[in-house]
Design a protein around this ligand. Structure first.
Ligand code: SF4
Ligand code: SF4
Length: 149
């Protein structure tokens, strides 16, 4: 298991509940996805994935972060065109679908859960940070003790 400065475990538990609610809501919306994985290759998709520091902390607490080159601009958790950390992936990953029929509701769904995560940071007195995912992950790798990640 990766080691990171751990937040109150209740934050992670509440974050998991938020993610679960989101997944239940998305089942009702049922956006289409072929699972091609192209949206996790940010250059190909011309897209920057943002994440809150709470979510990145959650991932790095439970998941081994592979070595990666930020200049490749591909999520290092993409393996054989599949997400290798589905249970831990961020809100930005969970709400993104390229299905044009989903676009009408995507912003509302995103904002609702983004607000929920922000409220967690207030409730647990955690500084709210929201930055590109890859740069946060690269910082985590550079801050980690050599040889542990
Ligand atoms: S965490 Fe998973 S879903 Fe999110 S960008 Fe990476 S591979 Fe894609
Ligand atoms: S959302 Fe679109 S681009 Fe991303 S994996 Fe699904 S079909 Fe591919």
């Amino acid at each position: 298991m990766e080691t990171n400065v751990s937040l109150d475990v209740n934050v992670y538990a509440e974050l998991k509940i938020l993610y679960q609610r989101l997944e239940e809501e998305l089942i009702q919306v049922n956006p289409g996805c072929s699972g091609c994985g192209i949206c996790c290759d940010f250059s190909k998709f011309d897209h920057i994935l943002y994440a809150s520091s709470i979510e990145v902390d959650f991932i790095t607490q439970y998941v081994k972060v592979p070595n990666f080159n930020i200049l490749d601009n591909i999520c290092p958790f993409l393996k054989d065109n599949q997400c290798s950390i589905r249970n831990f992936r961020m809100l930005g990953c969970r709400v993104f679908y390229c299905d044009p029929h989903y676009q009408a509701v995507s912003q509302d769904v995103y904002e609702k859960y983004h607000r929920g995560i922000k409220e967690l940071s207030t409730a647990y007195n955690i500084i709210w940070e929201y930055h590109p995912f890859l740069s946060q992950l690269a910082k985590f790798k550079s801050d980690s003790p050599a040889g542990t990640h």
